[in-house]
Design a protein around this ligand. Structure first.
Ligand code: ZN
Length: 326
């Protein structure tokens, strides 16, 4: 595993050589862990690296209020909502106040597919201590994909929720490996840029991380996630609600949509087991099913089809509703 300390003061306190960390990783995560370099960075370096367009987060209070309003309106209306995510579209906030409030729990780690050579300048100058020998050189030639971790934030988060430091590191690292696993949008735009896409992906990344832990450790991870913004907290709902048939949603267009989407899946020969699952109850884990469906949706750009986009938006809404209810 390649670890480079680019300037984190606390970096030396984190131990990546622990057997406990390696035992957590499933085969797909281990395959990524041996391939992707990890850079340890200071808070200032992380703030420079974190893409500005990704600094949008849902405000919990506003979200709760809007959900109540929307539910009241829907009870009165006869027809279904055209765009299930429309009422929440304007609720994610990009102000500097928001960043200051959430950066510890959202920018403790970062997965980057491709590093823009123009954005690398000045990183060394933002180090909190001298970079490790060779780290700056490695970063200069780094093209990505790569993972960045901010030990200062990981430790602050661990202290805040009173969980062991090693566990907090493993949670953040597994979450970023989860993003790497879902990074399949090679030939199509990445739906992460849409608020609903962020809800789906962050919830799934936290589910991937959560599944690396068991027992009391899993509860500690749940405690960490509880501090994150609502779009990160749908991990429990994403483990139990299959994306294709969350029939508990009150949308009347649903049966029609379902037929269309299945037609689409079929036309693109999309994962056969999703189709069979509709006919036969299967022991396949629902969370993993959603994970595979999201990977395929990104890989084939399926979400660009209105019916498929509708399904993911409705799903994202369900995840947000469950997140603020829990
Ligand atoms: Zn994430």
């Amino acid at each position: 595993m390649q670890i480079h300390n680019l300037g984190s003061r606390e970096g030396a306190r984190l131990d990546f050589g622990r057997e406990a960390l390696w035992r957590r990783l499933t085969a797909p995560l281990a395959a990524l862990a041996v391939r992707l370099p990890v850079y340890l960075v200071s808070e200032a370096q992380m703030d420079r690296l974190y893409p500005p367009e990704r600094r949008r987060f849902f405000r919990e209070e506003k979200l709760r209020e809007r959900l109540q309003e929307v539910r009241a309106q829907e009870r009165e209306r006869e027809d279904g909502e055209d765009d299930p995510f429309a009422p929440f579209q304007d609720l994610d906030d990009a102000g500097p106040d928001t960043w200051g409030r959430v950066s510890v729990v959202v920018a403790a780690g970062l997965y980057v597919r491709r590093l823009d050579p123009g954005g690398k300048g000045g990183i060394a100058g933002l180090a909190a201590q001298d970079p490790e020998p060779g780290a700056v050189e490695a970063f200069k030639t780094e093209e990505g994909p790569a993972i960045f971790l901010c030990p200062e934030r990981i430790l602050a988060w661990a202290q805040d929720v009173r969980v062991p430091e090693d566990l907090a590191l493993d949670k953040v690292y597994c979450h970023e490996l989860g993003h790497a696993y879902m990074d399949t949008a090679d030939f199509h735009p990445d739906p992460y840029g849409r608020p609903w896409g962020r809800v789906v992906e962050e919830s799934l990344a936290n589910l991937v991380a959560f599944q690396c832990f068991q027992g009391a450790e899993a509860l500690w991870v749940a405690r960490m996630i509880r501090k994150q913004p609502p779009e990160y907290r749908g991990y429990a709902a994403v483990a139990t609600h299959p994306v294709l048939f969350h029939i508990d949603l009150p949308f009347r267009r649903h049966p029609v949509f379902r037929e269309d989407y299945l037609y689409w899946l079929h036309r693109y020969d999309l994962p056969g087991r999703l189709l069979t699952l509709l006919l036969f109850p299967s022991p396949l884990d629902v969370g993993n099913l959603n994970l595979q469906a999201w990977q395929k949706t990104k890989q084939l750009g399926l979400w660009q089809h209105p019916e498929a986009e509708w399904a993911w938006k409705a799903f994202a809404r369900l995840l947000l509703e469950e997140a603020v209810r829990a």
